[in-house]
Design a protein. Structure first.
Length: 134
């Protein structure tokens, strides 16, 4: 339980916060490189002026200004100002936006119909509810 802890100028490369309670934690001027927030509670977590190289958001939950989470059908979705993670696949928002139904089908068989149904709604949601820069 790291609730309300403050991390300032920390190198969090390869840090595993899997399943951690990060509620109301503040990360300021930290480096995230291959850092895992998988299954973590990020309610009201604050990220300010951080260097983010890669961040695993698989199944993290809660809302912060910098990481938004939602679920569409059975698919967990998390996004930052420039990254979108669906299930455990993390790509740039633009890469997901440009992805064809054929490419989606190659990632996971049987998902192109679901992508057809939810793609435009998902990007409208992201555009209307942007995450702040970390």
């Amino acid at each position: 339980n790291l609730e309300r802890v403050r991390f300032i100028w920390c190198d969090l490369a390869k840090t595993n916060f899997t399943c951690a309670n990060l509620q109301s934690v503040r990360f300021t001027h930290c480096t995230f490189l291959r850092t895992s927030l998988a299954y973590a509670n990020i309610c009201e977590t604050i990220f300010r002026n951080n260097r983010v190289c890669s961040l695993d958001l698989c199944m993290c939950h809660g809302q912060s200004r910098n990481i938004r989470t939602l679920q569409v059908n059975s698919r967990p979705i998390a996004y930052t100002h420039d990254r979108l993670q669906i299930n455990c696949r993390n790509l740039s928002i633009n890469s997901w936006r440009k992805m064809s139904y054929k490419q989606i089908e190659a990632i996971e068989s049987g998902t192109s119909e679901e992508w057809r149904k939810w793609k435009s709604w998902l990007f409208k949601f992201i555009d209307n509810n942007p995450a702040e820069r970390m």
